[in-house]
Write a protein that binds this ligand. Sequence first.
Ligand code: NAP
Ligand code: ZN
Length: 367
Amino acid sequence: MPVEVISGKECIVRNSSIFSRFGTKAMIVTGRSSAKINGSLKDVIEALDKEGIDHCLFDKVMSNPTIECAYEGAVMAKAEVVEFIIAIGGGSPIDGAKAMALLARQAIAEEDLFGGKYDEDALPLIAVPTTAGTGSEVTQYAILTNDRAETKSGLATPLIFPKVAFLDGRYMAGLSAEITVNTGIDALSHAVEGMLSVRKSFMSDVLATHSIEMIMSTVDTMKAALEQNSAAVFSENDRDTLLKASMLAGMVIAHTGTTAVHAMGYSLTYYRHIDHGRANGLLLGHYMQLIEKEEPQVIEVILDAMGLQTSQQFVELMDDLFGNKEVMAQEELNRYAGKAIVTGNINNCIVKPTEQELKAVFETAFC
Ligand code: NAP
Ligand code: ZN
């Protein structure tokens, strides 16, 4: 995990000299509005000004960023002759910026974008996460909406690991209860799926266990925040805990990748616009119950880290957090199972599910 992680209050302005390592002109990449409101963009601009670094702003990254958006940002990076990129936001702007960093330095046709064969060249990237969920600040993945394949596809290369990540929980003070919960459960899903991956190791399990414990320590606060529909229920300490736990879970998937849960969730997001974290959360408990049949000890270790006795308790906890579920027709869910079963994620599962089993997971989750 080659990312230099700097964390703590005001870490960006206090460590402004780090930016000057990467050149004299940067492109800042953000979503449409949150970075302008939560103080993160202001701090980055202050740090750049302090170091005499010029910048331009690409503030058009939408949630679940499209391939077109990545190409558009790369055009701007080239036209402005920037030497590095600073991504501020949730996973969407960070992932969009990762693709831009690659596309700004090499011509890649759209059909080859997810092919994995790239020249050894990308603009350096600095990441400032403002959600605690994807862990994208410490991964080599960029997930883009792929309309050709009617799903979300992952670009994966060590070239897009951020060089530096700045973690300051203050930027999340106004993050709504709903997005905090969705993103927090995405991070939980990364940690759990890491423990259910064939690529897991002693180290990834250590990181995953700690991440699960940290996220679960905030679950009561998550429930209270949703009930009161208030971001303010989360203390500064809760925000820090979630941000660090999400980074740890990102480190886990940088090693292990994700599993069938993410592969299944992508269809829910692509076709039904269900938020990424919510999609994973609605499926995760049912998937754990499937794996439990063959690998009960692994699930026991996960439940232990969660402070729960049974996987049914976890299913109920997710149902409690996510409230009313979307109505899905069986036919539709079967189609999503068919799409998930042909993904590379399936080979990454310690117990390889069949298409029938994926259908059953969807069915118990939604019907
Ligand atoms: P997101 O799509 O980046 O952001 C969701 C919403 O939260 C946006 O409306 C955003 O507003 C707002 N927001 C962000 N930070 C905020 C803050 N501090 N205060 C208030 N509002 C804030 O959501 P995400 O869940 O973090 O990222 C999801 C994406 O990451 C998906 O595309 C998913 O597939 C991907 N992902 C990537 C990895 C990886 O390893 N690369 C892993 C898992 C998931 P603005 O648009 O105005 O900023
Ligand atoms: Zn995820």
